[in-house]
Design a binder for this molecule. Structure first.
Ligand code: ADP
Ligand code: MG
Length: 266
């Protein structure tokens, strides 16, 4: 049966949630992302690493819709999303980390999470019912908001003004805002940037915890964390994928060492 061929020996669904085909972005004559083929399984934790300027952030922008591809395609959950605007991709389940600038500083923590939850709220009754059933709709959004605040450990700070949060708590709020959109796939671009060692560890534990049943695509510069957290690693160099595989294999890969790691793992 066809359904069986999409599951491996552990019963895991092996159909990719995200696939790119020769995805390319040029800025004028310069090619920042060069023919990238990715295939990410549902539930996988994948990291993208590579030196500064390798094209990691540009690749994420192509996936989230922040930038239009020059060539190639992005498929999500079996459908071509290459030409869809960012908000429609969020609605379909591609969650991207909001930058801290997207937090409304003068609103409370709770109000920020609620706005994110509201931005994607799907109701099964359609537009007309949404006019007649406002209470149900609000109950759903409020429940989701409370759940997320609990997941990211911000329930105690729910009524605090977002501006008043510490840097680490702002990043947790950011994570909460992504979760509030109920993403199937989460794109995180350096979620621990600027954090102390302790904050970094807390954040990674949190990501590991709250994303347990989702798919993660992570850009992270801390190699040890990447090795610990990832199922597989993709290495970008000058816009191209130069290696892909399990953390151990990547650590041993000579091309990766030459291009990037430079003995950091030895
Ligand atoms: P990374 O995130 O891996 O450090 P980026 O994706 O930010 O790399 O950048 C890849 C390359 O593309 C860099 O050389 C950068 O200068 C260039 N680049 C990124 N965005 C633009 C842009 N909007 N216009 C022109 N060049 C860009
Ligand atoms: Mg970057």
């Amino acid at each position: 049966m066809a359904a069986e061929t999409t599951r491996d020996e552990y019963g895991t669904d092996t159909r990719p949630i995200l696939e790119t085909d020769r995805l390319t972005k040029r800025f004028g004559a310069f090619t920042a992302v060069d023919g990238v083929n990715l295939s990410i399984r549902r539930g996988e934790f994948r990291s993208v690493i590579g030196p500064n300027g390798a094209g990691k952030t540009t690749l994420f922008n192509l996936l989230s819709g922040g930038l239009a591809a020059t060539e190639g395609t992005v498929r999500f959950d079996g459908e071509d999303v290459t030409d869809l605007p960012p908000q429609e991709r969020v609605r379909r389940g591609i969650g991207r980390s909001f930058q801290i600038l997207n937090i409304f500083g003068e609103l409370t923590v709770r109000e920020n999470v609620r706005l994110a939850a509201q931005s994607v709220h799907r109701d099964d009754y359609g537009f007309l019912a949404s006019l007649f059933k406002p209470t149900d709709r609000h109950d759903g959004i409020n429940a989701r908001t409370d759940e997320v605040l609990d997941d990211v450990g911000l329930t105690g700070l729910a009524t605090a003004e977002a501006n008043a949060l510490s840097y680490g708590d702002k990043r947790r709020l950011e994570l909460g805002m992504v979760l509030a959109t109920d993403p199937e796939l989460v794109l995180f671009d350096e979620p621990t940037a600027g954090m102390s060692i302790e904050e970094t560890e807390r954040t990674i534990d949190l990501i590991d915890d709250v994303l347990a049943d989702r798919t993660l695509l992570l850009i992270e510069h801390d190699i040890e964390l990447v090795m610990e957290l990832s199922d597989r690693i993709t290495v970008l160099h000058q816009g191209e994928v130069i290696a892909e595989g399990r953390p151990e294999a990547i650590a041993d890969d000579r091309a990766v060492q030459d291009a990037y790691l430079g003995g950091m793992l030895e």
